[in-house]
Ligand binder design. Structure first.
Ligand SMILES: *Cc1c(COP(=O)(O)O)cnc(C)c1O
Ligand SMILES: [Zn+2]
Length: 497
């Protein structure tokens, strides 16, 4: 749509100008720092940071209903910088000029309603939001678009140069980091650290394909993270893990999109996300909080975090009902098919504690929950979802198992409607499906494959070995006719045609 066709009242807001005044705030000691520096933890107390806008209240001068229209009309724009997460520029990175924004097709992932049959089976109304349909096939692209745009801005301002970006990863962060860094070509080099044999082959292929330096380290993700923290403390590298507060800002877009997709009505909505490093759930809560405070959504949806019993430090923390008695204790993880969330010492734990407290307070009730699920249920619900038209990864299976658990515990009521995060695409995690179908899942996962889900290919060959064609040996016309006839007959019999 051309500029002059937009309504008069929307036109001044349609294309955002750089504004606001962003700063880092420490979650430990409340110290504040400027965003022109590369900063990941508080130099005074070593705690994680969040980015705030000193002029956030200026956004309240525009009525919530006008914001809704602004975002709806922005959908019609053809400006690349505003096609992805920066449709919500004023809430995601208001200080960035459009010229610094990187857009690789992230965000605005489809919200797909589960089929009537599947909803009946689960006993709840629900949708999947397919974040596996992002460019590197996971939600991590949202945070990476934000982090790399912020770095591009610092480069454009000559505040940094020759950037070397590093991250530790359970697989998807490195795929996203390598992709976005490679887009900036020689301006930025990326290095990723992965736990040896703890990422899927697709996830390993992704950063290699993007040309990143890939290092495999013995141990688990938490061990890789320690090495990256050591590197970033000692050398001038840019950290792309979710310690980087820009990642959180970008991932808030997930909530903004849900709000827009449901026409800004959050009544009776429940949002379920898997928890690993806890960056995503922090961002999701923060996003809803910002939209609620600005009057863009009418209420705060219920938020439910889901953890596997093999990696459940956040669940354990909230088991203690008395807030003052809660104590965070990292756990040693056990093997989990929700491997991207297999984290025992989540970096964003202080963010979760602080934001969830605010979320509950503003909701006027307990509105943030964490449930724990079994490995068996993660796999079985993932397979069930995908055998009913979805494309969810194991972490999305974890969300569905979480919905079933939350419903059984009365956390989700029959009048509510859930939105589940399919955080990555099914094909990234097809190795687990493969092991399940072949009954080769190692005992440590604690999963017994259920025959009802198992699906393996069947080789159909003719009885007469002379009738087997190959690339080297082509059959004559008559033989080939018999081959087609025999194979069709066998398939028809199998399908009971
Ligand atoms: C990173 C990741 C998670 C966990 O998100 P956190 O922000 O670390 O809690 C879940 N699922 C997938 C597919 C991921 O890549
Ligand atoms: Zn501090």
């Amino acid at each position: 749509m051309k500029d002059d066709m937009f309504p008069e009242e929307i036109r001044p807001h349609l294309i955002p100008e750089p504004g606001g005044e962003l700063y880092y705030k420490c979650l430990g000691c409340d110290a504040e720092y400027g965003i022109e520096k590369l900063l990941y933890v508080c130099p005074a107390c070593n705690q994680v940071l969040l980015i705030h806008d000193r002029e956030q209240d200026r956004l309240k001068k525009i009525p919530g209903t006008t914001w809704q229209k602004i975002f709806d009309y922005r959908k019609m724009l053809k400006i690349p910088a505003l096609k992805g997460i920066y449709r919500y520029h004023e809430f995601i990175g208001p200080s960035l000029p459009l010229s610094s924004i990187i857009y690789l097709g992230e965000g605005h992932t489809p919200v797909v309603e589960a089929s009537a049959l599947l909803q009946e089976r689960v006993g709840a109304q629900f949708y999947y939001k397919n974040d596996g349909q992002n460019p590197s096939a996971s939600f991590k692209d949202r945070g990476m678009a934000s982090a790399l745009s912020s770095i591009k801005y610092l480069i454009d301002q000559n505040l940094v140069s020759d950037v070397i970006a590093v991250c530790a990863s359970t697989g998807d962060t490195s795929a996203a980091a390598a992709l976005y860094a490679s887009y900036l070509g020689p301006l930025i080099k990326s290095a990723v650290l992965l736990p040896h044999k703890k990422v899927t082959s697709a996830q390993l292929a992704q950063p290699l394909g993007s040309g990143a330096n890939v290092f495999e380290i013995p141990g688990v993700f938490d061990d890789c993270m320690k090495v990256v923290e050591h590197l970033s403390g000692k050398y001038p590298v840019v950290l792309l893990n979710s310690k980087n507060a820009w990642r959180i800002l970008g991932q808030e877009s997930y909530s903004y999109e849900i709000a827009q997709d449901f026409d800004w009505d959050m009544t009776n909505k429940v949002v379920l996300v898997p928890i690993g490093n806890a960056g995503n759930i922090s961002a999701v809560m923060n996003g809803f909080l910002k939209f609620y405070r600005t009057g863009i959504i009418n209420t705060l949806p219920k938020v439910i975090g889901v953890q596997s019993e093999h990696a459940d430090p956040v669940y354990r923390y909230y088991l203690e009902p008395d807030e003052d008695k809660r104590k965070f204790v990292p756990v040693d993880t056990r093997p989990s098919v929700a491997q991207a969330a297999m984290i025992g010492n989540p970096v964003s734990m202080p963010r979760v504690v602080s934001i969830a407290k605010e979320y509950n307070a503003l909701s006027g009730k307990k509105n943030v929950f964490v449930v724990q699920v079994k490995e068996q249920d993660i796999m079985d619900w993932q397979l069930t979802a995908n055998q009913n038209g979805h494309i969810t990864c194991t972490q999305g299976g974890e969300c569905l198992a979480g919905l079933v658990t939350a419903k059984a515990q009365g956390i989700v009521t029959p009048d509510e409607c859930a939105i589940l995060d399919a955080t990555a695409h099914a094909i990234k995690f097809s190795g687990f499906q493969d092991m399940y179908f072949k009954k080769e899942i190692p005992d440590a996962y604690g999963i017994a494959p259920d025959e009802a889900f198992i699906n393996l290919p069947e080789l159909i060959i003719p009885d007469d070995s002379e009738l087997i064609p190959s690339q080297e040996k082509r059959l004559g016309a008559a033989e080939f006719g018999r081959f087609v006839d025999e194979i069709s007959g066998k398939i028809a019999k199998k399908l009971e045609l």
